[in-house]
Design a protein around this ligand. Structure first.
Ligand SMILES: Cc1cc2nc3c(=O)[nH]c(=O)nc-3n(C[C@H](O)[C@H](O)[C@H](O)COP(=O)(O)OP(=O)(O)OC[C@H]3O[C@@H](n4cnc5c(N)ncnc54)[C@H](O)[C@@H]3O)c2cc1C
Length: 409
């Protein structure tokens, strides 16, 4: 039975992370947004503080045996039933995004590169690439799928890979890669032959410093400006065969492509709940503003309309969270959740955009001022409707599954 009542421990961890988000992330959010980066010394302090969080507050993409708080990398296909690990992760992520979503994306760790290494990597590869995060210093992983000609259509990637002796030679360009410029390694998806579609795709871990692997331009974005998004260039880049995720046998079927997709089933509810965190921040700010400025002082008709908007914002935040928690609960129970993960992400992103837009509307010109956070949340939230699959792509994923389903009643 689904039961979303928080345990005492979950409540305690949420309160701890909330305090951290309110006192460490929020006060720095605007300055880092203007600077377009989060300084390394701040990230170092942040990661030391986050490591002290009890289970549920730390790095969910890093398996527990490598110092993180994700599921064990040793048995990636068999999540512990009823573990609540995914939902616990979502609780922490909402609070962190409430504090600042840009800083959250800059946190050291394997990031989106974590799930493919967990799901597709051999035990040796997991030990090698996750082991990096146990060494001192700031360490990042990244996920390189998108290319100038292939964003939503991931089967259309053109980055090529060719086997030459004991190495693979990679050529191509990846774009908009989160933390790509500072990553110790990036999971790069390439193809042996574009004509083969998904069957031709391979995933490699390309390490920083590999000859032929370089960072191109850093994007200047409208939102999530403190989070670095980089172009990556591969020019006759020779990668050892030991860096082909899962080894060649994995690619006999559709496993390579499925590995990329499985990443999304794990990360879409997480991305959805980050949108919830931003939306909740905008909702709470607006609620307090209406309380303070309109409740007693203004004529009822105006207050009534604004109160109705605040009510709608609250409804959207709660509904989004529940969809995200359902998808996470299914993952925790070991149930397939691709449809529900897409529903959660698609709904939460669109709902959060509406909440942030309404926050500006209720606040009037005050909502557009650069020195306060509502304007930033309004800019930040749009990215959530684009990355991890656009709204249109989520609809395709959902529709395919709904139309294939056979009712069981
Ligand atoms: C801040 C940020 C961080 C990112 N981080 C990463 C990262 O770490 N790693 C990575 O690999 N990528 C990353 N991306 C890229 C992101 O995943 C892509 O932007 C996204 O997949 C959309 O691809 P696109 O931008 O090429 O748009 P397109 O795919 O060109 O889409 C343009 C429009 O067409 C619509 N569309 C496309 N196909 C269809 C269809 N079949 N039916 C209907 N409509 C369709 C889309 O919904 C969209 O509205 C990031 C992007 C951003 C903005």
């Amino acid at each position: 039975m689904v039961d979303f009542t928080l345990t005492d421990k979950q409540r305690e961890v949420r309160a701890l992370i909330h305090g951290f988000a309110a006192t460490v992330l929020r006060p720095n959010a605007l300055a880092f947004d203007r600077a377009h980066c989060v300084p390394d010394d701040f990230l170092m302090r942040l990661s030391m503080m986050a490591r002290a969080f009890p289970s549920g507050g730390g790095d969910a993409e890093l398996p527990s045996e490598y110092g993180g708080q994700g599921d064990s990398g040793a048995k990636p296909a068999a999540p512990k039933k009823g573990s609540q690990a995914q939902r616990f992760t979502l609780i922490g992520a909402e609070e962190m995004a409430w504090g600042d979503a840009s800083i959250l994306l800059c946190m050291p760790g394997p990031g989106l590169g974590g799930p493919p290494v967990r799901f597709m990597g051999t035990p040796e590869q997991r030990a090698r690439f996750f082991g990096v995060f146990q060494t001192p210093g700031l360490h990042f992983g990244a996920y390189g799928l998108t290319e100038p000609g292939a964003g939503s259509d991931v089967s259309g990637i053109r980055t090529s890979c060719r086997k030459d002796g004991a190495t693979w030679v990679l050529n191509g360009r990846k774009c908009y890669i989160t933390n790509g410029a500072r990553a110790d390694w990036v999971v790069i998806f390439a193809t042996v032959d574009p004509a083969l579609g998904r069957a031709g795709q391979r995933a490699f871990v390309v390490e920083r410093g590999t000859p032929g692997f370089s960072v191109g331009k850093i994007e200047e974005k409208m939102g999530l400006r403190a989070s670095e998004t980089a172009e990556l260039v591969l020019e006759d880049c020779r990668v050892p065969e030991a860096n082909l995720l899962g080894g060649e046998a994995l690619y006999a079927g559709k496993e390579g492509f499925m590995g990329a997709m499985k990443t999304f089933d794990m990360t879409r509810p997480l991305v959805g709940v980050m949108a919830v965190g931003i939306a909740r921040a905008a909702f709470e700010y607006t609620r307090d503003f209406v309380r303070e400025n309109y409740l007693l002082a203004r004529p009822l008709p105006r207050y009534a309309q604004l109160a109705a908007m605040v009510a709608e914002m609250g409804r959207l935040v709660d509904a989004s969270r529940l969809l995200c928690w359902r998808a996470a609960w299914m993952a925790d129970e070991g149930m397939p959740n691709a449809k529900e993960a897409s529903m959660a992400k698609a709904y939460a992103a669109r709902a959060a955009m509406r909440v942030c837009a309404d926050a500006v509307q209720v606040l009037g010109a005050h909502g557009l001022e650069k020195h306060q956070l509502v304007e930033k949340w309004y800019r930040d939230i749009k990215v959530y409707d684009i990355f991890e699959g656009t709204a249109q792509i989520q609809r395709i994923v959902i529709a395919k599954r709904i139309l294939r389903e056979v009712p069981t009643w």
